[in-house]
Design a protein around this ligand. Structure first.
Ligand code: F6P
Length: 360
């Protein structure tokens, strides 16, 4: 009946054809998918599962709320992936330190990093949430130290996210394009439904939390003001600005229809250069977006080139449709060089003949 359908396992086996070590990677991604199915079932129960709400008020690494489902989802990923001899260690956004593989299991050659339930506050309001993961290599025999995890995003061998929406989907890359699978709940398999996703180069849909506007840098303000001015401004067309407060849901939107997602650098909290986690959010999503032909940047540097300095650090993120992201990067460069405000240069001081008013 379903003979023509490509399951996740079939897809991964086809992709890994003759590549050394690829069958281990495929097996790991199948373990990740097993955890995703369990997390999907948990979140789908909603209030009936008794798993909504908080368990405390202070996470160990800077988040102020600890959501019950975050911890359950984190455990699910650890249990699903620790036993198969595929990972050398794991790092969860919910754990202060990396998780060491128990002695009873063999250690493998990969490091798995994950945010078990991104946007988890949305579970209380029955909106989409997701699981984000990143896979790095660890070829040493010794157990990994924290420093072994601190690899730039360009070193990822696989990345992906699951979105728990009306349908549960898994979107992955193993470095050969970005591909979407939909969970067929009746048979329990992920089926390839969105092969070779491509982010449109242009878009008018922008996801940003505009309540932070007073903390943004000038280039971001410039870009968003132009979007808000719409047809009557420099861009001469209307934009749609929105915010779901769930990165996975915003990114999924971009992969399906194009757009830009931004959590740029801001001055809200001097200890945080941004909101999103470098290793658990920015790196995996950056790779997925690039593999789909989009662009991912901090505003000043390609995201995947930035060397992480600590496991839980945050980073400014701007990603999506290439032409829009490149424009925002240009605004940052023009701001940094001062070329976006020539009339503030010494040549245009109070007495200068070059003052534009002098020629008006
Ligand atoms: O990093 C977690 C996260 O919930 C993202 O999923 C989301 O994009 C963002 O934070 C929401 O931020 P805010 O609280 O500013 O709406």
């Amino acid at each position: 009946m379903h003979l023509g359908r490509t399951t996740l396992s079939k897809f991964l086996i086809q992709q890994s054809d003759r590549v050394e070590g690829a069958s281990d990677l495929a097996a790991l991604l199948i373990d990740v998918a097993a955890a995703v199915k369990a997390i999907s079932a948990m979140t789908a129960k909603g209030a009936l599962g008794g798993v909504l709400g908080k368990v405390g008020n202070s996470g160990g690494h800077g988040d102020t709320q600890v959501i019950k489902l975050d911890l359950l989802a984190s455990d699910e990923m650890l249990r699903s992936c620790e036993w198969g001899g595929l990972v050398a260690g794991m790092a969860s956004k919910e754990l202060e330190q990396p998780y060491a593989i128990p002695d009873e299991f063999t250690r493998g050659r990969y490091l798995l990093l994950f945010d078990p339930l991104d946007g988890s506050l949305n579970t209380d309001v029955n909106s989409s949430v997701g699981t984000v993961f990143s896979v790095l290599r660890h070829d040493l025999a010794a157990p990994p130290s924290v420093a072994d995890y601190l690899q730039p995003g360009g070193k990822q061998v696989a990345a992906g996210y699951a979105i728990y929406g009306p349908a549960t989907m898994l979107v992955i890359t193993v470095g050969k394009g970005t591909h979407g699978f939909t969970l067929d709940r009746e048979i329990g398999n992920f089926i390839l439904t969105h092969p070779d996703l491509q982010v449109p180069q242009d878009s008018s849909e922008i996801a940003i939390n505009t309540s932070n506007a007073r903390f943004w840098e000038p280039p971001v303000n410039r870009y968003i003001s132009e979007c808000q001015a719409g047809k009557t401004g420099d861009r001469a067309r209307d934009f749609n600005l929105r915010w779901i407060a769930s990165m996975v849901a915003e990114v999924h939107h971009i992969l399906m229809r194009g757009g830009v997602f931004m959590y740029p650098r801001d001055t809200k909290d001097a200890n945080r250069p941004g909101r999103l986690r470098h290793m658990y959010e920015a790196n995996p999503i950056g790779l997925l977006i690039e593999q789909a032909g989009g662009r991912a940047t901090t505003g000043r540097r390609r995201l995947l080139e930035v060397q992480p300095e600590s496991l839980h650090q945050r980073i400014p993120v701007i990603l999506g449709s290439r032409n829009e992201v490149e424009r925002i990067e240009r605004y940052h460069a023009e701001f940094d060089s001062g070329s976006d405000r020539p009339y503030t240069s010494p040549l245009f001081n109070e007495r200068s003949l070059f003052r534009p008013e002098a020629h008006a």
